[in-house]
Design a protein around this ligand. Structure first.
Ligand code: FRU
Length: 496
């Protein structure tokens, strides 16, 4: 090893060790927090945001994430790391990346190893990330780090591998997503110019030397003035682009676009953009393909600048459940919770042909439960109907999921849901040919993910109700609602 390699990686090792010690020092205290989720991925301590580097390496799934171990708020970014063989049980691993070099650290407030991706190259697991230093010129550059065992990562001595943004972009130039196609590596990087968010395309033969190709896709003028975390990947006969857009300083709901990728020209032709998730707490999703050919997506289940009650307990942020993306025709991407989650099921209950007028109540449903409900709209006369969950006995605390059949709209109302953020999320839904609408809910201690009609639409929100608020009700207004079948399963706790 040359002296430069040693010097770089000595500093890096020191920074990682310090972070690992901090995790060990605090992790037992954090476990006691009543807001900890039962089966969603969380960091052992501190703050997490975007999922990074999703990849399958030597048969195991690796999840990296934006991580600040020293506090429950955003700070100099590290890459936390965990692995799993089933998407349910995650083993925490040592911090993979810590800020240590002039391109990812400094005497400023904002710096670190920003979001990026992971790929398998020969025997190695390679991470491609953005080095960020506030006020530096250029502020954001692309870097790589490699590992021979999938645990210890060394920064490449010749970093950065892309040391300046191209003419089509600007100083905001981050979140490289890398994939291989026809024996070459391709990368999209999020950026903007002249008020339009952009995904900039690069190509390489070795992950080290990158050539700029051009703008693969950009905002049509209404889709954000900065694109974060672009992800471009093949799905069946098409390509799909995911974007987490910013409007000024505001982050908005990620969207997806189905289209065709012309690798010769380096251009992705865009069709209609659709919202990926109508909830408040879903951002910076990333995908990867596993060895079963599934395209799996995980998102950050939290929102920038939101009130996060768990911060009082020394931690913040979690990941959504992993969702398989499935293309329906050429217009809709459905999100299907990975089937492995069914292994968490216990205490199964079924109810057939329920007819509810006003209210029907299940006493105390577990706080981590999966519920599947088929509403039969042919037989339903109510104008509004739906579900109330995490209700207190006096009814003052609750979260409502309301279906408005006339408007074909589903509404998730968390205004009375407890101590977290309030607000109403709305998503459109379609009525199936047989007159049914299917709702599948994943409840955890402080989260809700609602999948409509096999994941045609999804709403993800954090809620922070009292532990004792456990009642589950079906309700109808001005008429009856018919449920052809309702099933529920308690979901096992898998966190440490
Ligand atoms: C998205 C994001 C990315 C950036 C990272 C920093 O949530 O802003 O664009 O790389 O978070 O933590």
């Amino acid at each position: 090893m040359s002296d430069t390699v040693n010097a770089i990686n000595l500093k890096h090792e020191e920074a990682k060790n310090k972070a690992n010690q901090e995790i060990n020092r605090r992790k037992d205290t954090i476990k006691k927090s009543r807001y900890r989720l039962h089966y969603h991925f969380m960091a052992p301590v501190g703050w997490i945001n975007d999922p990074n580097g999703l990849v399958q390496y030597k048969g195991e799934y690796h999840l990296f994430y934006q991580f600040y171990p020293y506090d429950a708020k955003w700070g100099p970014m590290h890459w936390g790391h965990a692995k799993s063989t089933d998407f349910v049980h995650w083993e925490h691993l040592p911090v993979a990346l810590a800020p240590s070099e002039d391109y990812d650290s400094g005497e400023v407030t904002g710096y670190g190893c920003f979001s990026g991706s992971g790929v398998v190259y020969g025997e190695e697991l390679v991470l491609i990330y953005t080095g960020h230093v506030d006020n530096k010129e250029p502020m954001q550059v692309q870097c790589i780090a490699t590992s021979k065992n999938g645990i210890q990562f060394e920064k490449y001595p010749q970093n950065p591998v892309i040391d300046v943004y191209p003419e089509d972009g600007s100083a905001d130039f981050r979140d490289p997503k890398v994939w291989s196609h026809d024996g070459k590596w391709f990368m999209v990087v999020g950026s903007h110019k002249n008020g339009k968010g952009k995904a900039l395309l690069y190509v390489s033969n070795n992950l080290k030397d990158w050539a700029y190709v051009g703008v693969a896709a950009e905002s049509d003028g209404t889709q954000g003035d900065m694109w974060e975390c672009p992800d471009l990947f093949p799905l069946q006969d098409y390509h799909v682009l995911l974007v987490s857009p910013m409007y000024g300083k505001q982050n908005e709901k990620p969207f997806y676009v189905i289209g065709d990728m012309d690798y010769e020209k380096g251009v992705f032709t865009q069709q209609l953009a659709r919202t990926l998730d109508y909830g408040y707490d879903f951002y910076a999703p990333q995908t990867f393909e596993d060895d079963k050919g599934r395209r799996i997506m995980i998102g950050w289940m939290e929102k920038w600048l939101a009130k996060m009650p768990s911060q009082e307990h020394g931690w913040a942020g979690a990941m959504t459940i992993p969702r398989e993306l499935i293309l329906e025709g050429s217009t809709i991407v459905k999100q299907k919770p990975v089937t492995e989650l069914e292994n968490l099921r216990t205490n199964e209950k079924h109810y057939d042909s329920l007819v509810v007028e006003n209210e029907w109540m299940v006493n105390d449903m577990d706080v981590s439960t999966e519920v599947m409900i088929n509403f039969d709209l042919h037989e339903t006369t109510a104008s509004l109907f739906g579900i109330q969950l995490r209700c207190s006995a006096d009814g003052n605390e609750r979260t409502d999921i309301i279906l408005d059949a006339a408007r074909q709209e589903i509404i998730l109302d968390r205004n009375k849901a407890g101590v977290g953020e309030k607000g109403i999320s709305k998503a459109p839904f379609t009525i199936n040919d047989d007159g049914t609408v299917q709702i599948r809910i994943f409840m955890d201690t402080t989260s809700l993910e609602v999948f409509v009609n096999d994941g045609e639409q999804v709403i993800t929100n954090r809620i922070f109700p009292d532990e004792g608020s456990k009642l589950f009700k079906l309700f109808s207004k001005d008429g009856k609602v018919c449920v052809s079948r309702m099933s529920s399963w308690s979901l096992n706790t898998v966190r440490e």
